[in-house]
Design a protein around this ligand. Structure first.
Ligand SMILES: [Zn+2]
Length: 161
C-alpha cells in the first residue's frame, strides 16, 4: 500500500491510484468526464489546466501490448471522442498525448491541451514538465480552478448525451 495525498488535501492508502479512481473508490474532483466498459476519463485538478484529461483503463495493466482487442478499440474511440469534444466545447487547437509504461499507477494517458502561454516554457515536449509544475504551483487560485471545473462540466455535457 502507498499513501497518496489527493488535491483536496485528503490522504488515501491505495495499491494503485488508477484502480482506486476507475473503481469509484476515489471520486475525482469535478467528477467523471466519460466512462465506458473499459475506460474512465477524469481530470487531476492538482494540475489546473482547462481541458487536461486523463484517460485510464479499468483493468490493472501496465504496457500497451497488454490491451486486448476490445480495449484497443474502446481506447482509440475514447481518445477520439474526447479530442473532438476538446475542440468543440473548449476550442482547443492542439493536444499533447503522454503515456509512460513505468508509472506507479496503471495504464493512463494524459491529454494535455497546448495553450499560447505554454510556449514561454519551451517549444515542444521539453516544456511539458515546467508547464505542469507552473500550473500546479502558480495557477491554483479560485478563479482558475472555477474555470477548470467549468471546462470539466462542458466536456461532461458534450460526452454524456
Ligand atoms: Zn491499477
Amino acid at each position: 500500500m502507498r499513501e497518496i495525498k489527493l488535491s483536496n488535501g485528503q490522504t488515501v492508502e491505495v495499491e494503485c491510484l488508477s484502480c482506486a479512481l476507475t473503481s469509484g473508490m476515489i471520486d475525482p474532483d469535478g467528477g467523471i468526464i466519460m466512462e465506458t466498459e473499459h475506460f474512465h476519463a477524469h481530470q487531476d485538478v492538482a494540475y489546473p489546466i482547462v481541458g487536461l484529461v486523463i484517460l485510464a483503463s479499468k483493468r490493472h495493466i501496465t504496457c500497451f501490448d497488454e490491451l486486448n482487442e476490445a480495449e484497443k478499440l474502446d481506447y482509440i474511440n475514447c481518445l477520439t471522442k474526447i479530442r473532438k469534444a476538446l475542440r468543440k466545447v473548449l476550442g482547443i487547437e492542439y493536444v499533447y498525448y503522454f503515456y509512460n509504461e513505468d508509472t506507479t499507477h496503471h495504464f493512463h494517458t494524459w491529454m494535455v491541451p497546448r495553450y499560447e502561454w505554454m510556449y514561454e516554457f519551451g517549444r515542444s515536449v521539453e516544456s511539458v514538465r515546467p508547464v505542469l509544475l507552473h500550473a500546479r504551483n502558480e495557477m491554483n487560485d479560485g478563479g482558475n480552478l472555477a474555470n477548470v471545473i467549468l471546462g470539466i462540466d462542458k466536456l461532461k455535457n458534450e460526452l454524456n448525451v
